[in-house]
Design a protein around this ligand. Structure first.
Ligand SMILES: Nc1nc2c(c(=O)[nH]1)N=C([C@H](O)[C@H](O)COP(=O)(O)OP(=O)(O)OP(=O)(O)O)CN2
Length: 293
């Protein structure tokens, strides 16, 4: 017998890619369980499927940075004294990315790329150990939301958030809608899709000098004149990130979706003061903020 649950959850995370850098993603999860019936004549109670599987997915992927641990660019070190993990992602040509964060900020995918195949295998291995005996098979299907118009992938961290959004490198794949003088404006939407393709959105007040960072020996050999350096402390610990300027956008506010929607509306207003703008900025799938300027 097979049991299916579609739209079990949305995983919002970022991953390291040799070509694209740091990529924000939002993947929808569908599952199929194979097994015999239990004493309730069920493969597994839907409520348990939803709660237990979502809990495991949240715990192991959601709001984390996924690192392709077997890629030659990935150098990973646990600083056991401070219980912090250093990741140096040694992309060539001045495009390296460096982090120093609590272990919970990462998921290490033992593959040379982070893909739907490697992530579903990683999750399947974790979830399989927690299923009752009558459930013998598990299929996880990951997919992107179908978005008709423009969208972008961004990564950020919300240091004031009490939950996991405080992690400095988690992200989303997000649709954007812009109305100029109350008419949908595809050119404005396309502008953001291009400006924020695979972008890190950082807050100006989190920028620091190199002397404040816990850089590894490999990182210390790099020239960081074309990188931004961020550091903040929040309830889960110390978060540090070094990322190429060319793959970042600095803003003067936090990067909540409310602030991002207002930033976009204000930028359009600056470019065209005579027009009115409404921006619907999504944060992942099915939620977001609306701002006017
Ligand atoms: N009003 C706002 N609330 C939250 C914002 C925000 O910008 N404005 N941002 C976040 C985080 O960035 C987070 O990444 C949002 O992800 P989400 O998956 O919705 O968070 P949850 O874990 O709470 O939801 P699940 O569906 O359970 O994964 C948070 N809030």
């Amino acid at each position: 017998m097979q049991l299916f649950v579609n739209d079990l959850t949305v995983m919002d995370f970022s991953y390291l890619c040799p070509r694209r850098g740091m990529v924000g993603e939002s993947w929808i999860v569908d599952v199929i369980l194979d097994g015999g019936l239990n004493e309730e004549s069920m493969v597994l109670d839907f409520s348990k499927v939803k709660k237990q599987l979502k809990r495991l997915i949240d715990l192991h992927v959601d709001h984390k940075l996924l690192v392709p641990a077997e890629h030659a660019y990935s150098l990973i070190n646990h600083d056991s004294q401070n219980d912090q993990v250093t990741v140096d992602f040694m992309r060539p040509e001045g495009r390296s990315i460096h982090l120093y964060c609590p272990p919970e900020a990462y998921a290490f995918i033992y593959a040379d790329e982070v893909s739907m195949v490697s992530v579903s295998q990683y999750l399947k291995d974790i979830i399989a150990t927690e299923l009752p005996e009558n459930v013998q098979g598990l299929t996880l299907m990951l997919r992107e939301e179908v978005i008709e118009g423009p969208y972008y992938h961004y990564t950020h961290g919300l240091k004031k958030h009490e939950g996991n959004c405080q992690r400095i490198a988690h992200g989303h794949r997000s649709r954007v809608q812009v109305y100029r003088n109350e008419q949908a404006d595809p050119a404005c939407e396309q502008y953001w899709a291009e400006r924020w393709r695979d972008i890190y959105i950082g807050t100006r007040e989190d920028l620091v000098g190199q002397q404040h960072l816990h850089l590894s020996a490999q990182a210390r050999q790099q020239d960081f004149s074309e990188h931004y350096l961020f550091s903040y402390e929040s309830s889960q610990g110390l978060f540090e990130l070094v990322i190429p300027k060319a793959e970042s956008n600095i803003i003067d506010t936090d990067s909540t979706v409310e602030c991002l929607a207002q930033f976009m509306a204000d930028q359009h207003k600056q470019m065209q003061p005579g027009a009115s703008f409404k921006v619907l900025a999504f944060e992942g799938v099915g939620k977001g903020a609306i701002a006017h300027a």
